[in-house]
Design a protein around this ligand. Structure first.
Ligand code: NAD
Length: 356
């Protein structure tokens, strides 16, 4: 197969981690006879410095024409004082919107080799966990009508949460599709005991469920889900929820893995196209020092192969190589522990490539 991939290296550690992901992709291409073509696109601080805006229309058009986008990270202290719409992070919102990406997929996996980093008691996580949080990205409270106003001399504010059935249906379909590729268990998270948007959400999820009779659907209220994530994370496989619930629970789920440098993510739309990126930021404190952990980006690359290119074996090759390198005790500084061998970003990348 031949695939066209847009690379957005971004700022800070972005270029270093993307470089390792490309070496991994090239090795996969060599092993499985695929050709990956890369096009660099500027976004974030580097685009502000070059073009005056965090994302140009041309950059977005180039991304639209590709088969998938692999993104490092954007932002840094240099651009922090710019007005909101000119800051590097505005590029992130613009590209997700411009590409019609409405589902954010964030895995939270506890690697047995990194159990020490998990803040949860050992007996609770004895069997590990492997969760995927699916968050709706373009609707709900963050995009509804809002205002701060003064009425009769009293300040008040409101935000509105609106979902229509089409917005709910399309993310529900994505969640069921992913559940079908895994253990066929889907937890639907809402607040249907209080919110009308949640009642419609639950209704539509169950309508979609009729097309996926093999998938077990469990409804869970969001407050309970927040508790259960720390009480017994092993009970979950795929979890689907609206935008704000997903914002909060995906951070909680990533925290319980304990390792920010290991967390990948994908943003998906109606088609196979997707944008893949680590969940962490541009880590300016360690940029240009060959210290960053490239694994979150490499795991995101495996997700790209699995979800956008249907290359399951290739994705597993990457995941197995990561497993092997961790078992051999190699660690970047963020996941270092006693008795392990400290390696740089490029050394970690090289070892993954060697094991594919
Ligand atoms: P951060 O994730 O960049 O860093 C938090 C801490 O984790 C730092 O100590 C950093 O060194 C460490 N860290 C992060 N990724 C690491 C990795 N791969 N390997 C080793 N250590 C790693 O978050 P922050 O410091 O809050 O933000 C820094 C910049 O990144 C800000 O400008 C912020 O706006 C931006 N940001 C960008 C994205 C994105 O591009 N998607 C996401 C979050 C933050």
């Amino acid at each position: 197969m031949e695939k066209n991939i847009v690379l957005i290296k971004g700022d800070g550690i972005g270029p270093e981690i993307i470089e390792q992901a490309v070496l991994v992709l090239d090795r996969i291409g060599e092993k499985h006879s695929h050709k990956f073509n890369y096009t660099d696109v500027l976004m974030g601080g580097i685009s502000i410095d070059t073009h005056g805006v965090p994302l140009t229309d041309e950059a977005l058009e180039t991304a639209k024409k590709s088969d998938a986008v692999l993104l490092g990270a954007v932002g840094g202290p240099k651009w922090e004082d710019l007005p909101g719409h000119l800051r590097p992070e505005a590029g992130l919102l613009a590209i997700r919107k411009g590409l019609g990406l409405f589902a954010n997929v964030r895995p939270a996996v506890l690697y047995p080799q990194l159990k020490d980093a998990c803040p949860i008691r050992e007996d609770i996580i004895a069997d590990g966990f492997d969760i995927i949080i699916m968050r709706e990205l373009t609707g709900g409270l963050y995009f509804g009508e809002r205002n701060i106003e003064t009425v009769d001399g009293v300040r008040r504010a409101y935000d509105t949460c609106v979902y229509d059935e089409n917005e709910i249906r399309r993310i529900a379909v994505s969640a069921f599709e992913i559940a079908m590729k895994r253990t066929k268990k889907l937890t639907n998270v809402d607040k249907a005991n209080v919110l009308d948007t949640s009642r419609l959400w639950r209704e539509v999820v169950h309508e979609v469920a009729k097309d996926y009779p093999e998938v077990e659907v469990i409804d869970m209220l969001v407050d309970n889900a927040a508790m259960q994530l720390v009480r017994n994370p092993g009970q979950f496989d795929v979890m689907v929820m609206e935008n704000m619930f997903g914002d909060i629970l995906s951070d909680e789920a990533s925290m319980i893995t304990g390792s920010i440098g290991m967390l990948s993510s994908a943003s998906l739309g109606d088609t196979k196209f997707g944008l893949y990126e680590p969940s962490h930021g541009s880590a300016p404190d360690i940029a240009n020092q060959d210290k960053a952990n490239p694994l979150a980006t490499i795991i995101s690359t495996a997700m790209m192969l699995r979800y956008s290119f249907d290359m399951e074996q290739e994705a597993q090759d990457i995941e197995n190589a990561i497993d092997k390198v961790l078992t051999e005790g190699y660690r970047t500084v963020d996941i270092m522990s006693d008795g392990c061998t400290l390696v740089s970003c490029s050394e970690m990348g090289r070892r993954i490539v060697e094991n594919i």
